[in-house]
Ligand binder design. Structure first.
Ligand SMILES: C[S@@+](CC[C@H](N)C(=O)[O-])C[C@H]1O[C@@H](n2cnc3c(N)ncnc32)[C@H](O)[C@@H]1O
Length: 275
């Protein structure tokens, strides 16, 4: 098996010839530094992973917004919390009238790109979902969407997050939470192929079988492998051990092993007490 080009560190110039820039774009966003406790990365690879992942999600679910939620109103107000690179909001905006009011929230806007290149009806805000909801957004939204925030939940308790997401909603508004089922994930291989490295890599997440077919499994697996890459340095005892495990696991995926992670979508409606 050929070397698969994962030794990124080797390509970083050692002589500091590339000047360091303090912020990523014109949002006055957060500076990537020791205070940023987010477990994953916010660079172009991380953003590409979010984009690939978004289209795999859409392909798998067949919708962005669950069909039970009516999105036809021309004055619809939609929030995407923990928006990442904003790809979900971007995709939602397409084909909608400019009167639809769209807001992305995240602790960092380093991945959302320049303000000037966003559609005029998409607004991005720095907001930590554990902090108080800004007054202007209390009871403001018809739809609040979140996706892939398991790494954000603290103390195994999503209730503080849910309370804040609920506060963003109008009475009668909908919350949609798309998530990976990290308990129900498993490894699949073609017969005779070993996956001990892939197993070790995802050992914390192993579970039982799932309901979707294996046809798309390798595309998803490559996305999961990229996720591993983003936090691998801190996941094992040494970066070398982590890289070795990733390298071996990647070979196993090329030979016919895949990580299977079921996807979950919850839809809830805020009770309208004014009826
Ligand atoms: C795995 S990414 C998912 C991005 C996006 N939802 C998607 O599905 O493409 C998680 C995002 O949560 C954001 N995040 C982490 N902690 C947060 C917090 N306390 N409040 C708001 N966003 C947070 C991160 O900055 C990151 O952009």
């Amino acid at each position: 098996m050929r070397e698969n080009g994962h030794a990124v560190d080797d390509k970083i110039p050692k002589d500091n010839s590339v000047p360091q820039l303090p912020t990523a774009n014109g949002w006055n966003g957060t500076i990537i530094g020791p205070k940023d406790s987010y477990a994953l990365m916010r660079d172009c690879n991380a953003s590409s992973r979010l984009t690939a992942q978004h289209y795999l999600w859409k392909d798998l679910l067949g919708f962005l917004v669950h069909p039970d939620i009516d999105t036809r109103a021309t004055d619809l107000r939609v929030a995407d919390v923990a928006t990442g690179n904003g790809i979900w909001l971007h995709d939602f905006a397409r084909g909608k009238p400019p009167s639809v009011d769209l807001h992305g929230f995240d602790t960092s806007l380093d991945q959302v790109g320049p303000k000037q290149w966003l559609p005029a009806n998409i607004h991005m805000h720095i907001w930590d979902m554990f902090e108080n909801v800004p007054d202007e957004f209390v009871g403001y939204f018809d739809i609040v969407h979140v996706r892939l925030i398991t790494v954000v939940v603290k103390n195994n308790d999503p209730r503080p997050i849910l309370a804040n997401l609920n506060r963003l909603l109008k009475p009668g508004g909908y919350l949609q939470w798309d998530e990976v089922d990290t308990i129900g994930c498993s490894i699949k291989t073609v017969p005779g192929i070993s996956a001990c490295n892939l197993n070790a890599l995802f050992s914390q997440l192993k579970g039982h079988d799932t309901w979707y077919g294996l046809g798309m499994a390798r595309f998803w697996t490559h996305v999961y492998m990229s996720t591993w890459k983003e936090f691998a340095e801190s996941a094992l005892k040494t970066p070398e051990a982590s890289r070795r495990l990733e390298h071996n696991a990647m070979i196993e995926t090329l030979n016919g092993a895949a990580i299977i992670v079921p996807k979950l979508v919850w839809v809830t409606k805020k009770i309208d007490t004014t009826d």
